[in-house]
Design a protein around this ligand. Structure first.
Ligand code: S3P
Length: 447
């Protein structure tokens, strides 16, 4: 493996401006390639995200015998033609399926592989092996699955076993766990019902419905109905993946904190299970406009225009947290420029993301001069603060890395971000996009 490069970020003395698009949504890209593999016929998926995480899913699907043709329409936007072989058409892979750093890949595939008639093993990077897997293995075992973890962690060992339905209240509002159970539910005759304590992202449900499955959502319960007479079948997909709101969040916050900026991000997915950050930023005084709303592939997209504004502190807790769960690293950067103490609570999940995002974020932001208190389930940022340039590290966490880049724009001196290649796990072309908006940053080769 080649060593990861450093990124030198200059302090931003001129406003950010212009219009950009961000690459396709990561959550939707994982799901689209997995579900297309199970469809009866050929799916067309436009604007698919070729990022580190989603490529792990694509390669795993190929290893399961599915033919995928790639047309590189733009460097970070692929069009896929996936030859689905039906729910029973996957083939036994030659070796372990490597999910790399992708939590979504391993947890969703855990559900899918439990329904197969061959054994499999799911594994990934050291970082992925450190993340909790009992949240998926335990309910899958209750559905009859023969799935074994190593002390609650990957690698996951799966053997064929007949599955049955389940009624399962989630302890944490996790879209990955919900999706794993729905995918396993494609291999049961009876219904799968999952209760989510908060509105976690619903892309799996929407996509399954678009493919002809009967999924209902009521009073917090998501239900995949019992198999129809003649068995379950999925129709092929024909869709365009929306721009990833979680990627848009980085330029969005940058424009909010760099004086006199005004930018537009086109074609961003604004499914309301994902846009908690917009509400939070608006409460802080940010000026965000939503235009050109339209529906594509069952998902709402829009253009977002955001300008600089003075921000004030806000407290975030409760159901908004899951709707903004991936955005807290960059929200923390916005909070450094807001007047007063901003606190997030009910976000203990951040401790089991790619890294412990509370501890690691606190450590790295403090290097830039941020005053931050850690809580078991969140943190408080004291603003406003002038940030100082410093040497910081991504800890191989893409979102932490991009948040540090945004912080670097607001710092008085240049900021050196170590181990920065991981930003392509979710947002390939992040640096080019920020440059298009007028930010100055340059790659330094790894030694
Ligand atoms: C994701 C769900 C969330 C999110 C992750 C992507 C998904 O994780 O943090 O980046 O695509 O289902 P949890 O389901 O663990 O909350």
């Amino acid at each position: 493996m080649t060593a990861s490069r450093k990124l030198l970020v200059h302090s931003q003395t001129t406003p950010l401006g212009g219009a950009v698009a961000v690459p396709g949504d990561k959550s939707i890209s994982h799901r689209a390639v997995l579900l297309a593999a199970l469809a009866e016929g050929v799916s067309t998926i436009r604007n698919w995200l070729p990022a580190g995480d989603t490529l792990a899913t694509l390669e795993a699907v190929r290893a399961l015998g599915i033919a995928i043709e790639v047309n590189e329409r733009a460097p970070h936007a692929w069009d896929l033609r996936v030859e689905g072989r039906g729910l029973r058409g996957l083939r036994r892979p030659a070796g372990p399926l490597n999910c790399r750093n992708a939590g979504t890949a391993i947890r969703l595939m855990a559900g899918l592989m439990c329904g197969q008639s061959f054994p499999s093993m799911l594994d990934g990077s050291e970082q992925l092996r450190a993340r909790p897997m009992t949240r998926v293995t335990e309910p899958l075992q209750r559905m009859g699955a023969d799935i074994r973890s190593e002390d609650g962690h990957a690698p996951l060992h799966i053997r064929p076993a007949p599955l049955h339905g389940i009624e399962y209240p989630l302890r944490v509002a996790s879209a990955q766990v919900k999706s794993a159970l729905l995918l396993a539910g494609l291999y049961t005759d009876d219904a799968v019902r999952v209760y989510q304590p908060g509105p976690a992202r619903d892309h799996t449900e929407r996509m399954l419905m678009a493919m002809g499955a009967v999924v209902t959502m009521q009073d917090g319960w998501v239900t995949l109905s019992e198999a129809p007479f003649g068995g379950r079948r999925l129709l092929p997909l024909d869709m365009t993946v929306p721009g990833d709101f979680s990627s848009a969040a980085f330029p969005l916050v940058a424009a909010t904190i760099v004086p006199h900026s005004n930018i537009t991000i086109r074609g961003v997915g604004v499914n309301e299970t994902r846009t908690g950050l917009l509400e939070i930023l608006r409460q802080m005084g940010a000026n965000v406009k939503i235009a050109n709303q339209q529906v594509t592939g069952g998902e709402l997209i829009a253009d977002l225009t955001v300008g600089y504004n003075e921000l004030h502190a806000v407290d975030v807790a409760g159901p908004t947290v899951v709707r903004a769960i991936d955005e807290f690293p960059v929200w923390a950067v916005a909070a450094t420029q807001a007047a007063g103490a901003s606190t997030v609570r009910d976000a203990a999940e951040l401790r089991v993301k790619e890294v412990d995002r509370i501890a690691v974020l606190a450590g790295e932001l403090r290097r830039l001069g941020v005053e931050l208190d850690e809580h078991p389930d969140g943190f408080t940022v004291h603003g406003p603060r002038r940030l100082r340039g410093a040497s910081v590290d991504t800890h191989d966490d893409h979102r932490l890395g991009m948040a540090l880049v945004v912080a670097g724009l607001a710092a008085d001196e240049p900021t050196l971000v170590h181990d920065a290649d991981c930003m392509a796990d979710s947002f390939p072309g992040f640096v080019e996009t920020m440059r298009q908006l007028g930010a100055a940053m340059e790659w330094l080769e790894a030694r």
